[in-house]
Write a protein that binds this ligand. Structure first.
Ligand SMILES: [Zn+2]
Length: 400
């Protein structure tokens, strides 16, 4: 076991982009000062990959599955099924998990998909009230973090067309309500929440402080229980996952990897970079594999913040890639270091796209060569002969 190569996968969520006017027509990855990542590309290999199989939406769920080596076309059931695994909520075969956002809808428009970033405490009071009002066998809301919750619905509707609320910001919600067989049942729950939440003390207190109210729930991202072949079975690897995000935590549980908690991991540019890097280094001392996920670049993309996106990518390079790589070199054992992103979150679009993204890896130890100056491109314009490969296939071969 100990003679095995150590493998580190370092993921900057949503680092990919498109040329940005505010960055003089360059992408954040092109203008960012990222010497360590460029050295990985120069001393190892860099290419474009596709993280989202054709026909699927470019969600972080599908894309991170790809980076973990799973083809979502074979395994994916729905975002909420992954989140339920992360929350350790067991799903029975007939259960359907629905992602349940607390949202702010005013004047018929989706004003805020996060209900003013409502606190978990406030949210749980609302979810409890909704459970009491909806009380019936086989229907349970589970309080999660901030605006993100789950509904476990026995034999719930499985053929609805639903819309992620963050993709209809500012739009009229009437056009985007759940549609399809049994739509009235899903809509009835959303209507019920509107009645329960109106004038609820939590909302009254928020209104008094000038904060956005959680006017209702929004159901989307549903799926039945999901199963993935575990890392020990599939790749003979034991290891851990470091992330601030429930979804990636859920994937870790589903693929039999340890969920490593890092205090101060926030999912934003104020996250505990050093703590995450150190947790990765420690994980590799006791196992063979680590998957470190950094959410900040994606959030900057969603918020349309070009400068901050560049800074978050630079922090990823300097405060995560550099120390993890240095520790791998210092250990003197065989390793493979992979640096990648799950998808593009273009500043101009404030949402995800399926276009190919850069992917790089280097094998070591390199010894003296690791210190030599070297730099190669790591951006969205890497040359590609034909259609880039699906990352789930490439990474599966790199995990061998
Ligand atoms: Zn995103």
């Amino acid at each position: 076991m100990s003679a095995k190569r150590k493998i580190a996968v370092l993921v900057g969520d949503g680092m990919g982009d498109e040329p940005v006017a505010a960055l003089h027509g360059k992408t954040p990855l092109q203008v960012a000062d990222i010497p360590s990542i460029r050295r990985v590309a120069a001393l190892g290999h860099a290419q474009l990959v596709r993280t989202v199989p054709d026909g699927l939406a470019p969600g972080s769920d599908v894309a991170n599955m790809g980076l973990l080596g799973y083809n979502a076309l074979e395994n994916y059931t729905g975002r909420a099924a992954i989140e339920a695994a992360g929350a350790r909520i067991p799903l029975q075969p007939s259960d359907v998990a629905y992602r349940t956002n607390l949202v702010t809808i005013e004047g018929g428009k989706m004003v805020d998909y996060s209900a003013g970033d409502i606190s978990s405490e406030e949210a749980h009071e609302l979810i409890d009230a909704l459970n009491a009002a909806a009380a019936r066998e086989g229907l349970n809301f589970h309080g999660g973090v901030s605006y993100r919750h789950l509904l476990i619905w026995r034999a719930g509707p499985l053929q609805l067309t639903v819309m992620p609320p963050h993709e209809i910001s500012g739009q009229a919600v009437a056009d985007h309500l759940p549609k399809g067989p049994r739509q009235e049942e899903a809509r009835a729950l959303m209507d019920l929440s509107r009645k329960v939440f109106a004038n609820h003390p939590v909302n009254q207190a928020r209104a008094a402080k000038g904060k956005r109210q959680a006017t209702q729930i929004w159901l989307w991202g549903y799926g039945k229980a999901m199963a993935l072949a575990s890392y020990p079975e599939r790749h003979g690897l034991r290891g851990g996952v470091i992330t601030a995000v429930d979804l990636v935590r859920g994937l870790a549980v589903l693929c039999g990897l340890e969920v490593i908690h890092v205090p101060g991991a926030t999912g934003w540019i104020d996250t505990n970079f050093e703590g995450k890097a150190q947790a990765a280094i420690d994980c590799l001392k006791r196992s063979d594999f680590v998957y470190l996920h950094l959410e900040a670049p994606d959030e900057c993309g969603h918020k349309g913040m070009a400068e901050e996106k560049v800074r978050s990518i630079e922090a990823f390079d300097r405060r995560i890639v550099a120390p993890v790589w240095a520790a791998l070199e210092a250990a003197g054992e065989p390793y493979r270091l992979i640096v990648c992103t799950d998808h593009r979150t273009p500043i101009a679009k404030r949402g995800h796209t399926s276009d190919p993204v850069p992917f790089a890896w280097v094998d070591g130890p390199l010894g003296a060569a690791a210190a030599k100056p070297a730099a190669a491109a790591f951006d969205e314009f890497l040359p590609s002969e034909g259609k880039p490969p699906l990352v789930c296939e490439l990474i599966s071969s790199l995990l061998q």
